[in-house]
Write a protein that binds this ligand. Sequence first.
Ligand code: SAM
Ligand code: DTB
Ligand code: SF4
Length: 344
Amino acid sequence: MSATLEHPVTLHRASLRPPASAATSAPDAAWTVAAIEALFDLPFPELMHRAQTVHRQQFDPTQVEFATLLSVKTGGCPEDCSYCPQAAQYDTGVEASKLMEPHEVLLAAQRAQAAGATRFCMGAAWRAPKDRDIEKVAELVRTVKALGLETCATLGMLEDGHAQTLANAGLDYYNHNLDTAPDFYADIISTRVYQDRLDTLQRVRGAGVKVCCGGIVGMGESRLQRAGLIAQLANLAPYPESVPINHLVAVAGTPLADQPPLDPLEFVRTIAVARITMPTARVRLSAGRQQMGDAVQALCFLAGANSIFYGDKLLTTGNPDTQADVDLITRLGMTRGAPQQVTS
Ligand code: SAM
Ligand code: DTB
Ligand code: SF4
């Protein structure tokens, strides 16, 4: 799977094929950070061609998933994630609220479904849910699942047994992000360690729930560290079924409030590299779309993104209007719907 660049033109043709294992989501050879950095370093047209080739081997490239987010428990979080407006210790104007009731969540899920979402993701600003929280979220999952939507939850770190309870309730995906490279992690979060995240992902897998795991770029990390994040994700065995790539939404009051945005083309490269290294995953163009503009988003779709968060709000920050997203997908001649892997 080497992406060595000594002879890029001849080598890229030989390396258009994904690693043999990738088609089965079970890598038998690890991606090295150097190989992934070499992908990032490819000439842009070359990188895009490779990403598109991999994408088309697995999916209809015109299909894009619409996943709607709902913050079912907002703010007041004891963690210190530097990017997050919901951390209690930052003065961001986000008000803490209690866990929503099933009838409120049902209404939001019905609205999302009527607007065209196929997946509904519930987020809670917890470090880790308590046993009684899990029982309540399981009820929410049952409520949403009964509508025929794909269900996803992101609740923080899980204890043994939590993932199984959620699985029994009908949870399809659990979102828990690695966020960044291991060697940049401590610059961003001090209240938990990388291994905690890996342990939760293991519990999710163990319960048979699909893994939604990605990260955030534009937090001041280097390209090498972006490659380090992708290497961590791609080397999970198996790699996640769903990979959200977020651009930092810089929120006033958080330590990263003044972080300048990443070069948009570097964001597109990150999507392309995620697609190449995790061919069968749904790669989600996640937070940051409101700041991105239509042309950059279109490049992200060309780079292999096949999922977006759909709805006027992410968890606490803005997202493009639903009509703007429907219009964009229409203008691009694309269709919404859960992308299915092609069989050949
Ligand atoms: N509290 C749980 C946790 O941290 O796992 C679940 C909710 S948390 C808000 C989910 C994810 O949202 C984070 O892991 C992070 O990747 C993303 N996120 C939070 N704030 C963000 C921001 N300002 N910009 C981009 N992504 C953000
Ligand atoms: C993910 O990777 N991004 C979403 C979802 N998973 C939960 C959250 C983005 C949050 C952006 C900041 C906010 O709206 O609070
Ligand atoms: Fe809390 Fe999650 Fe925000 Fe971190 S990302 S402060 S754990 S809500």
